[in-house]
Design a protein around this ligand. Structure first.
Ligand code: GUN
Ligand code: ZN
Length: 442
């Protein structure tokens, strides 16, 4: 069966950080996306596609924006219930709020409940793919992959490994982390839309033996991703220096144990030494910007311009529950604000690209997800550009698509998500009573 989505379409032909944004964006105020067998079969002018495919079931989204679904490149589904916990910076925040919550995931039923809740929240916010840390409990990994499979969603996840500096009930061992991760990788990696990421939490909670064991696993299974945290906060970096006196820097604690590579995905990466930037660039690793987390936990200002200048693949992520929102719109807004504080105003095209293709490329899934293009999976988000009176009155006086979209980026939330398609199936359908203003062409 064919489905034809009609609306304003926005897609990218290349990276708007490396090319003029107007040269690599394609918009159509009356566009169409044809879906067949869960994938995008054609993109074009809506009327043309309708005439060429008269048998297709038409979903007319009017003036709403049809875009690739958002890809959240770093988050912690076990922290969903404790998002917005007050008053602590990273290490105290972990010890006070995060670890007690993660200990609850010893109960597989709790893990299943929170996994389902998280994925439903993600879809309601227009996010079609999540990349999540789990807990040390293998059942927490099963829970999130099973929940994603039930919803048809692409999911990246891995067992979070910790064998020191964590409570007794949240510690594994070097061998246990290797064995559990290997078993989960064998079970899930490449099953349907599941991708396994080997997941040492961060250097402070892994002994060198554990990092070494996980590096050995990655060497055996280089097709897996590897995700961790890097240089998020100054006290954390000082702690890493104490724990690893022989390391040249934070990144070296991973590199020395086989945990630096092209399929490595390093969250935060804020306070980097020049050698670390050089090595990330040389090996083709990816970093992930988590802007609401970086302001909420008080970590610092990510240097997007420096990363892009070095050609380092960069994704965008909520980092919930360190991040303070499930919304990639709110996350784009925070990235814009951090860019401003760094002296670089990110264009709406760059923000949308980061939240879709940028994250997909960081996960080595470019062209498959986060991409409104023929052959990509039909993971699609439809945005109402006048979802609240405040946004509507601003977008009503816009005279370009970017001007109409930017208020939704800055002020939008789940109310802006009209609907979501996952592998071509409509996943969220809200009755939207808002009246969109006439939307200008770009
Ligand atoms: N560093 C190590 N663990 C975490 C975590 O759960 N959240 C964040 N933001 N940083 C971390
Ligand atoms: Zn994180």
């Amino acid at each position: 069966m064919k489905t034809l989505l009609l609306g304003q379409t926005l897609r990218f032909t290349n990276d708007p950080f490396h090319h003029a944004w107007d040269a690599v964006t394609r918009t159509d105020s009356a566009g169409g996306v044809l879906i067949e067998d869960g994938r995008i079969a054609a993109i074009g002018h809506g009327a043309d596609l309708k005439a060429a495919h008269p048998q297709a079931q038409v979903h007319d989204h009017g003036e709403a924006l049809v875009t690739a679904g958002f890809v959240d490149a770093h988050m912690h589904y076990p922290q969903t219930a404790m998002i917005a916990s007050w008053g602590k910076q990273l290490i105290d925040w972990l010890n006070t709020y995060t670890f007690p919550e993660e200990a609850k995931f010893a109960d597989p039923a709790y893990a299943a409940e929170v996994a389902g809740r998280t994925l439903d929240l993600a879809l309601a916010h227009g996010t079609t793919t999540l990349t999540s840390f789990c807990t040390i409990h293998p059942a927490s990994v099963d829970a999130v992959f099973e929940a994603a499979a039930r919803r048809g969603m692409a999911m990246v996840a891995g067992k979070t490994c910790m064998d020191r500096n964590a409570p007794d009930d949240l510690r594994d061992t070097a061998q246990g982390a290797y064995d559990d991760s290997k078993a989960l990788l064998d079970k899930w990696h490449g099953q349907g839309r599941a991708t396994y990421a080997i997941t040492p939490r961060f250097s402070p909670t892994s002994t060198p033996d554990q990092l070494h064991a996980l590096g050995a696993l990655w060497a055996e299974r280089p097709d897996a991703l590897m995700q961790t945290h890097l240089s998020e906060q100054h006290p954390e970096i000082a702690w890493v220096r104490d724990l690893f006196p022989d390391a040249r820097d934070y990144l070296d604690t991973y590199e020395a144990h086989g945990l630096l590579g092209e399929r490595g995905v390093y969250g935060h990466a804020i306070h980097l030494d020049p050698r670390e930037v050089d090595r990330l660039a040389e090996v083709g690793a990816a970093v992930v910007h988590c802007p609401t987390s970086n302001t909420f936990i008080g970590s610092g200002l990510f240097d997007m311009a420096a990363m892009k200048a070095r050609g380092i693949r960069t994704g965008l992520a909520t980092d919930t529950g360190g991040g303070s929102s499930f919304s990639m719109l709110r996350t784009m807004a925070a990235a814009y604000e951090i860019g401003q504080l760094r002296g670089t105003a990110l264009h709406p095209a760059q923000l949308m690209w980061l939240a879709t293709e940028g994250s997909a490329r960081a996960l080595h899934m470019g062209g498959q997800i986060g991409h409104l293009g023929v052959g990509a999976m039909a993971d699609i988000t439809v945005l109402d550009l006048a979802s609240t009176p405040a946004i509507g009155q601003r977008s009503a006086m816009a005279d370009t698509l970017w001007d109409a979209l930017f208020p939704t980026i800055m002020m939008g939330d789940d109310r802006a998500v009209k609907t979501v398609y996952v592998a071509g199936q409509q996943a969220v359908s809200k009755i939207n009573t808002q009246v969109s203003p006439a939307c200008p062409s770009p």
